[in-house]
Design a protein around this ligand. Sequence first.
Ligand code: PGA
Length: 310
Amino acid sequence: MDKPHHTQLLRRVSLRQLQIFEAIARLNGFTRAAEELFLSQPTVSMQIKKLEQGVGLPLFEQIGKQTYLTDAGRVVHEHTRHVLDALSNLEMEIADLQGLKTGMLRLAVVTTAKYFAPRALGQFCERYPGVEVALKVTNRERLLERLGQNIDDLYIIGHPPELDDVIFEPYLANPLVVLAARKHPLVGQSNIDPAQLAQYPFIMRESGSGTRMAIETFFAQRGIKLKIRMELGSNEAIKQAIDAGLGISVLSRHTLAPEGEHGRLAILDVKGFPIPWQWFVGHNKGKRLSVIAKTFLSFLKSKRDSIMQV
Ligand code: PGA
């Protein structure tokens, strides 16, 4: 017969303590965790003290006003996430057996995907009203950090890293185009040589951006040095800057979704463009996808053709 599952820790540590611990680590502070969990600060401190006694080592250290995890804290944090994930999966699977789809979906997407992800989520939540969604929109570098820490259920990113411990599949085409103000001298010309773009001020996304990575690769391969006038950390801000005549840029064609292709910005006809960038959807190999995440993944695939409007 199988041995019963028991560890020393089960007698010394409670799930509630782990939940509080996870909130402090994620939110970077006792006060924020207390607020999120509707607990008083002394209760939070007391529970963490008990948890530290149970574990036998300090889990946090305070440097100035900042709370940091100790080495032991980091180990506990990693395992706590697995425990809490397993519990929320259990909850969702039970709900699934009861014919309900309820629970949490954590999705993280690169900035260009924000033009379709909320719509897809909207349709999904309409079908499954019991689902709560946390959507994080950030750049490639931040998203890869989150992926490394296994924070979210699913990730949408352009060209994922080729790592053994992640699974990604191509999702949708995300062409990158050259955008200029309507009155720009290159508007209306065809088959523009990309080298010509180097004569005009260029507005670049911040470092860590996947769009920037694609642009840099494209121009470096052709030995072209762009004249960067400014760096901006948002696609929308870049569109405004182009419109204001500050320069040209290369962005996802989907950034034009809100106003359509006949809005204030023009797409230049440049040789080699659009850059055939693509979105991929995936997750960490070790992640046990929840029922909700699996359902969302197949929903996303089934909507592949209807989800984009541009
Ligand atoms: P970005 O992502 O927001 O980092 O530029 C775009 C992408 O990776 O496709």
